[in-house]
Design a protein around this ligand. Structure first.
Ligand code: GLN
Length: 307
């Protein structure tokens, strides 16, 4: 067990390296609300198994969690439907971009996994069935607030609104799945709910705290069972970074989930829930410095699941 002062020193060292890094990737620019975020931000937070949460950088600044939200909706959907969910969405890496359309055609409207956009739309559609979008979004927020242990977590409507105007690919994915009978709600309703879940804002510290149930933190089984936690982690490891999932597993060696807001949640099972935020993205749409920072942290701590 590494002393907390030593972990804090490692975090601060990596934080300083990331602030100075020249090659920061490119901030998502498909909507102005994300394009305006400075690429200078960097934050990392580590919630440990013994209940501490250490941070470095802008860890109290809220950012758009975007696709990191897919982990939490998957946990909710599995809680509600169990393995039944996997009749509608697969469990294989796609090897394609997060918003790719091509695979859906040859695979009859069944998305490869719950973390690419098509799969996440199916997950949201599943929990939306029989409910109003407002109720489902309330449930997602309640889940996050309970997981993080605090209430100050909200949806930024100014981020959700332009997603719809620019969401042609997501709407196309939803319509395509509807054509194959793999959508229960009207495409614009499912997409609208998905855009709002992506527009949830959290601080890096809150995200690390919210991920504690995935490291098997004491008491977390009340939120999601250990058997399910193992499986969510398996999907994060194999599919959490889209066509960059293999590279993330190779470099970092932990299950992780990224979002185009520049956030990554990574889990060191039994040890830590790690959140990082740096808005500049690599070509696969995953945080460039976020990946590097987690890679350095995991190396320094010996936290790879591969030893
Ligand atoms: N809202 C984004 C989209 O659906 C989320 C994508 C992501 O974070 N990778 O395009």
């Amino acid at each position: 067990m590494v002393a907390l002062t030593e972990l804090q020193a490692i975090l601060d060292r990596i934080g300083a390296e990331m602030v100075a890094a020249p090659d920061r990737g490119l901030v998502a620019d498909y909507i102005p609300e994300l394009a305006h975020v400075s690429d200078r931000h960097f934050a990392m937070a580590v919630a440990t198994a013994d209940g501490q949460c250490l941070t470095t950088g802008d860890a109290e600044t809220a950012f758009s969690i975007q696709s990191v939200s897919k982990v939490f909706t998957l946990a909710i959907a599995l809680g509600r439907l169990g393995d039944q969910l996997f009749t509608r969405v697969g469990r294989e890496p796609s090897g394609l971009a997060f918003n790719s359309v091509v695979q859906l055609e040859s695979e009859n409207g069944i998305p490869r996994n719950p973390f690419i956009n098509a799969g996440a739309l199916v997950v949201t559609d599943a929990i939306l069935h029989g409910h109003k979008p407002r109720e489902v979004l309330g449930e997602i927020l309640r889940f996050l607030r309970e997981a993080a242990g605090e209430d100050d977590i909200h949806i930024n409507k100014a981020v959700a609104a332009p997603e719809a105007a620019h969401g042609h690919r997501n709407l196309a994915l939803a319509h395509f799945m509807a054509a194959h009978g793999n959508l229960r709600n009207p495409p614009d309703l499912t997409c609208g709910t998905y855009f709002h879940q992506c527009a949830i804002e959290m601080t890096t510290r809150q995200l690390a705290m919210a991920g504690r149930f995935l490291m098997g933190a004491p008491g977390a089984a009340r939120l999601v069972s250990p058997a399910r936690v193992r499986r969510i982690n398996a999907l994060m490891m194999t599919c959490g970074h889209y066509d960059g999932s293999g590279e993330f597993a190779y470099r970092v060696g932990l299950p992780g989930k990224s979002g185009v807001g520049g956030g990554i949640l990574a889990i060191a099972p039994g040890r830590a829930s790690i959140a990082v935020w740096s808005p500049g993205l690599n070509v696969q749409g995953n945080s460039q410095l976020g990946t590097l920072a987690i890679e350095r942290l995991v190396r320094a701590m010996g936290w790879s699941v591969f030893g």
